[in-house]
Design a protein around this ligand. Structure first.
Ligand SMILES: Cc1ncc(COP(=O)(O)O)c(C=O)c1O
Length: 303
């Protein structure tokens, strides 16, 4: 089933509410005792609940009191997940690759181990694919790289081709059907214009081969970026068209490079202080990448 919302954070919030309801009504967790496990370095948006389990102080300072019921463990550590689960755990929320956290790739096999652990302990696996989903990493969902099917998925951003607020929570009937009329909703969630745009964006994504383009051009961009010889760069990583270039802390922070790139008409974002994140549109061509890399190289090789 699909429950349509507007912003990405509302899709996440919808997953969390549905998971709590499932915990009380299906799993049998005592009232108001549900726990949800999250990971360090996450980014799920900026409502009070989403910032409550952020590990970034900037998002939280000045906005307390925060929402209780969340536990945070290290990212990429499946053993930590198994240890953190107790009888009141209803869900584990994770990004397949942390976008805002600095394009952090979990170790190979992490998502499938998470799937196994969640199934074993009757805990819902929720993936936030708002940044990774809908083709960006070269699969419709980044979880497909490990053949993993989560219980709930949050999507947004690219659901409208990136220019209209449409987001969604995807889940099986046994979870989403627990919402009764009036339990959850939004005036504009699933509005006609949003739905038409989302359907068209999905159609274009598939029919124009944008998912394959993401992996083909992404591999090329990753390779070109990896070959740049720069004293500032410590790591180049990513999958498909979600790529991070990590710079040394002493190089003056990622923002210095993103500002220089804007001067050359290239828009990208600094994340986590030291990572320049490249998320070009999925329609990008090899010629566009050659044009961009020339400029990126200039910026990273200047003193
Ligand atoms: C992984 C992830 N989750 C949630 C969000 C929040 O989406 P929105 O800004 O549409 O609320 C973002 C936004 O960048 C995101 O990257």
């Amino acid at each position: 089933m699909v429950l349509l919302m507007n912003s990405g954070v509302e899709a996440v919030e919808t997953c969390l509410k549905a998971a709590r309801k499932w915990g009380y009504e299906v799993k049998g967790v005592p009232a108001n005792c549900a726990e949800i496990i999250t990971v360090e370095g996450n980014f799920h948006g900026r409502t009070i609940t989403a910032i409550s389990f952020s590990s970034d102080d900037q998002y939280k300072d000045g906005f307390g009191p925060l929402t209780p019921g969340f536990i945070t463990i290290p990212y990429g550590d499946a053993d930590a997940l198994e240890k953190a689960i107790n009888q009141n755990t209803v869900a584990f929320l994770v990004e397949p690759i942390q976008g805002e956290g600095g394009v952090n790739m979990p170790p190979e096999g992490y998502l499938s181990k998470v799937r196994e652990i969640c199934t074993k302990h009757n805990v819902l696996m929720i993936t936030d694919e708002i940044q990774t989903g809908l083709g960006r990493t070269g699969k419709l969902f980044a979880c497909e790289w490990e053949n993993v099917r989560p219980d709930m998925v949050a999507i947004g951003k690219a659901l409208s081709g990136g220019f209209y607020p449409v987001s969604a929570c995807l889940a099986d009937r046994e979870v989403l059907e627990l919402f009764k009329p009036g339990d959850h909703g939004s005036t504009f969630g699933g509005n006609p214009l949003g739905c038409v745009i989302a359907r068209e964006a999905l159609k274009i994504l598939v029919e124009d081969g944008l998912i394959d383009n993401a992996i083909e051009q992404g591999n090329y961009l990753l390779e070109r970026l990896s070959r740049i010889e720069s004293d500032h760069i410590v790591d180049v990583r990513g999958r498909g068209l979600l790529i991070g270039v990590e710079v040394k802390p002493e190089s003056g922070g990622a923002i210095r490079f993103t500002k220089a790139l804007v001067e050359k008409s290239l828009l990208c974002k600094d994340t986590h202080g030291t990572v320049v994140r490249f998320t070009p549109p999925l329609v990008i061509t090899r010629e566009d990448i050659d044009w961009a890399v020339e400029r990126i190289e200039e910026v990273f090789t200047e003193d």
